[in-house]
Design a protein. Structure first.
Ligand code: SF4
Ligand code: SF4
Length: 208
């Protein structure tokens, strides 16, 4: 099982500062305790400041067909936005990011593991439920699951012809991240100081 937790307000403010955003809430998995009230209060503040082009609340945006159908109704609002802010688990953010290829897509939540049975759903994207979501720094591609070594500060240097040195049937996740950041004009994030990972977040949290 997993749980989604809102990222810190300062983090969300720095992502949205000076930008128009389209907001997506995914309430698909009620059992993951999506922080609905806190997210709604934060989104109201953004909307009151005139920074929101639209809000869509839906379920199972991790299902690409479902997501495409829902998003098609909001394309004018999405096109009017500089970025899309997604409140969901890491799988949902990755699915939206892959669909909206030329639009920056940001995660408003971190995804953590909970003890208990993990449902098995055949999904195109994977989230390692690491507790500190990096998708805002990696163009919406998860470095924990797309890189064999779960590196969060760039490529190991071992890739050959774009393929991972650990698994040569797999494209190097960091080459994918580089290409994606280039496509969305965000290569600047690679100039950020090294991200010091807080491994204390990478653990199961207790259910309240
Ligand atoms: S970085 Fe990857 S594993 Fe961690 S929360 Fe985000 S999508 Fe999940
Ligand atoms: S080659 Fe790429 S995907 Fe493989 S371990 Fe190195 S950085 Fe990660």
């Amino acid at each position: 099982m997993l749980i989604t937790q809102l990222k810190a307000r300062d983090t969300i403010a720095s992502l949205t500062e000076g930008k128009k955003v389209f907001i997506i809430n995914c309430h698909g998995c009620k059992e993951v305790y999506f922080p609905e009230k806190e997210a709604a209060a934060l989104q109201k503040e953004l909307a009151d400041a005139g920074n929101v082009t639209g809000i869509m609340t839906t379920d199972y945006i991790c299902n690409p067909e479902n997501m495409e159908l829902r998003l098609k109704k909001h394309m004018d609002e999405i096109n009017a936005a500089d970025a899309v802010l997604v409140f969901s688990c890491g799988v949902g953010v990755q699915a939206v990011s892959a669909y909206l290829e030329d639009k920056p897509v940001y995660a408003g939540c971190d995804t953590c593991r909970l003890p208990g049975f993990q449902g098995v759903t055949p999904l195109e994207y994977d989230c390692g439920q690491c507790g500190e979501c990096y998708l805002n720094l990696t163009g919406g591609i998860c470095p924990i699951t797309a890189c064999s070594k779960s590196l969060v500060n760039g490529q190991c240097g071992g890739a050959k012809n774009g393929m991972c040195e650990v698994d040569n049937n797999m494209e190097c996740g960091w080459e994918r991240i580089y290409r994606r950041l280039k496509e969305i004009g965000r290569l600047d994030v690679l100039k950020c100081p090294t991200q010091v990972r807080n491994y204390a977040t990478d653990k199961e949290v207790s259910q309240q």
